[in-house]
Design a protein. Structure first.
Length: 274
């Protein structure tokens, strides 16, 4: 059975710029155990869906391959990368490549993607509307306040012709035309489900929509599976070729795991095609 360990409290207190630029996890012991098994790999993730996926893989596939997956739980987007950078984990599964590259740029990190695993399809939700087309003059819209997911929300609205944005827009300053005078609020990702009653539409990623009990049926506009925001298995350059990481990625993208994702979450979690 997968082992779960929470690092949130300790890491939140130490998530400073110094921590972000600390030495990487290259000092981790990557030697295989004497019994010939691959050993343990610690993987940081949010509980849903990545934590559930990691637990399922550990309980159903990993043992036969000689791998032990230790799921390390986080509840926000800010602490898993510093934990990977400082060696508290060997990999994480919560972010897309753009988010990882932004972290590397801002924190002086060097994390790398092993490959895409799944799309946590984001959607706009509403208590009062049944379609995005019902957004009227001056409607209120809550979107994430991190650059990656804010850009994601703006791109979807622009693709629907509701606003126009500059190329590479990552915040509200990038809106070049807002003909319906929508009123936007930037909100911390984890609290966006709570903003639904107070806004006409709210953009929520699957990692927070699913724990809040939101379903695809409640969405008024859902991201397509042609999205560039598939979540990746991330690690450090020193561990990129580690056999534990390679085996973990193989299991995460296996046909069995793809079927588990589709059966469990339907259209909100889209596995990468094997």
């Amino acid at each position: 059975m997968a082992k779960r360990r929470s690092l949130l409290t300790a890491l939140a207190a130490g998530a400073t710029v110094a921590a972000l630029t600390a030495c990487s996890s290259g000092a981790a012991d990557t030697a295989a155990p004497e019994d010939g098994s691959l050993g343990t790999v610690r993987v940081g993730a949010l509980p849903v869906p990545a934590g559930d996926i990691l637990n399922w893989v550990d309980e159903n596939l990993a043992d036969a391959e000689g791998l032990d997956i230790e799921y390390v739980e986080f509840t926000d987007y800010n602490t898993p990368n510093p934990a990977l950078t400082d060696g508290s984990t060997e990999a994480n599964l919560f972010q897309n490549a753009t988010f990882m590259e932004t972290y590397n740029s801002q924190a002086g990190g060097s994390l790398v993607s092993v490959g895409e695993v799944y799309l946590p399809a984001a959607a706009f939700y509403s208590d009062s509307l049944t379609s995005i087309d019902e957004l009227g003059e001056g409607a209120t819209i809550a979107i994430p306040n991190d650059p990656t997911n804010e850009a994601r929300a703006l791109e979807i609205l622009a693709a629907e012709g509701l606003i126009e944005i500059a190329e590479g827009a990552t915040n509200l300053d990038g809106i070049t035309a807002n003909p319906s005078n929508f009123r936007f609020t930037e909100v911390e990702n984890a609290t966006l489900p709570l903003a639904i009653p107070d806004n006409d539409a709210v953009f929520v990623t699957a990692s927070f929509a699913l724990p809040a009990g939101l379903t695809q049926d409640q969405a008024i506009l859902t991201e397509g599976d042609d999205s560039e925001y598939f979540n990746v298995l991330a690690t450090t350059p020193e561990l990129e070729s580690d056999p534990r990481i390679a085996k973990l990625y193989e299991l995460l993208t296996s046909e069995e795991t793809q079927e588990y994702m589709l059966e469990t979450w339907g259209g909100l979690i889209v596995p990468i095609a094997g």
